[in-house]
Ligand binder design. Structure first.
Ligand code: ZN
Ligand code: MG
Length: 363
């Protein structure tokens, strides 16, 4: 036994020295850290402030998917020329990092085009996507690819979408592509660029560039039978974009939370909040499994000054009132989950969302 130890000890000594020798060798190039930050899913509830969330939590029996996030921040939403923003200027702040004027998308207050996060990522070969329950040319998605001083130039914005290189988009508004005043058929342009053009998320079976038009004009409300198209489109977008080796960016919008507020309709508002939160659930489930995906959930501004004047937790009911048909200037919460979630804690301007996301991607 002693003999064996005497033979083994020097051997162990040599092994130990040789391995530490390797570690001490000076490295000739800077070590490249393994990139663990890969994907972002940015989820925007249009018009979603804290009372919209509180109401939805109540009618849903006490919880929401978004409330499972531990890193929470608050963002200020005012735009360059007004205290109360529109959706174009607030989405531009998040897509491009600069406050701009009311009704502007993807341009600065002087009207100069700004490179959006999607345009930067497309150039660098990452996969990108947009999913919404409005038309795909509406202000919120448009701020990620279009450059207009008038957000209502939907036909011009559609031309910009076709040229954008975005890999997957889903929303309403096919009319702006195939029933245009200039007679141009942009569906043909999409097909020529290699897109599959579909009308239902159930038709998305191939991993390739996808234009998914869920309605000719504005998509229906949940109460009018829209169905789980937001969740299904989010799922299909993730399946497609997650095939990218370089990572992906996906923006998902619950657009009609805002429209319900503008109609001062609490039932419509709660339907759209729960529909959006179900899509948040799809994103969080993927992120949990994937491990390299950050999910950010926020609003672009509060809509209608929604107030909860009464409610009942046991019966899951609320009494809601609105002070206006317009947006308000209230700050809105930001929830984050996944690698880099700590970037989103604190109180900051909406423009910081852009810089935090760019930092996450290594810019
Ligand atoms: Zn909005
Ligand atoms: Mg919107």
């Amino acid at each position: 036994m002693k003999k064996l130890i005497l033979i083994l000890l020097p051997l162990l000594f040599i092994m130990a020295c040789s391995s530490s020798d390797d570690e001490l060798k000076p490295s000739t190039e800077k070590p490249k850290p393994e990139k663990k930050y890969k994907n972002i899913i940015l989820m925007i509830g249009d018009g979603m402030g804290l009372t919209q969330i509180t109401g939805a939590r109540t009618v849903n029996g006490g919880n929401l998917h978004m409330l499972n996030c531990k890193s929470i921040g608050i963002q200020s939403t005012h735009c360059a020329d007004k205290y109360v923003t529109d959706s174009g200027a607030s989405a531009t702040a998040m897509s491009s990092g600069k406050k701009t004027n009311y009704y502007y998308v993807g341009v600065d207050p002087d009207g100069n085009p700004m490179e959006t996060i999607i345009e930067t990522l497309v150039k660098d070969g990452l996969a990108t996507g947009l999913v919404t329950t409005s038309t795909i040319v509406h202000a919120t998605p448009a701020a990620f690819y279009a450059h207009q001083i008038d957000r209502f130039k939907y036909e011009d914005i559609a031309i910009e979408l076709v040229a954008s290189g975005i890999d997957f988009f889903a929303g309403g508004g096919q009319n702006y592509f195939d029933q245009r005043s200039d007679g141009i058929n942009l569906i043909d342009s999409l097909l020529a660029r290699g897109y599959q053009v579909l009308n239902s998320p159930d038709e998305v079976t191939e991993i390739k560039k996808t234009a998914l038009f869920i309605s000719p004009g504005s998509p229906a409300r949940i109460s009018e039978g829209r169905g789980p198209v937001l969740q299904k489109s989010t799922q299909k977008a993730i399946e497609n974009l997650s095939k990218s080796d370089k990572g992906f960016f996906l923006m998902v919008e619950g657009a009609q939370i805002d429209w319900a507020g503008e109609e001062n309709d609490p039932d419509y508002l709660m339907d759209e909040m729960l529909d959006f939160d179900a899509a948040v659930g799809v994103a969080l489930e993927f992120a949990e499994m994937d491990g390299s995906t950050l999910v950010i959930i926020t609003g672009d501004h509060e809509t209608a000054g929604f107030a909860l004047t009464n409610g009942n937790l046991a019966n899951q009911t609320i009494t809601g009132k609105f002070v206006t048909w317009l947006h308000t200037g209230a700050m809105v919460p930001v929830f984050a989950k996944g690698p880099g979630e700590e970037y989103f804690m604190g109180v900051y301007e909406n423009t910081e969302i852009y810089f935090k996301m760019m930092k996450y991607f290594g810019y």
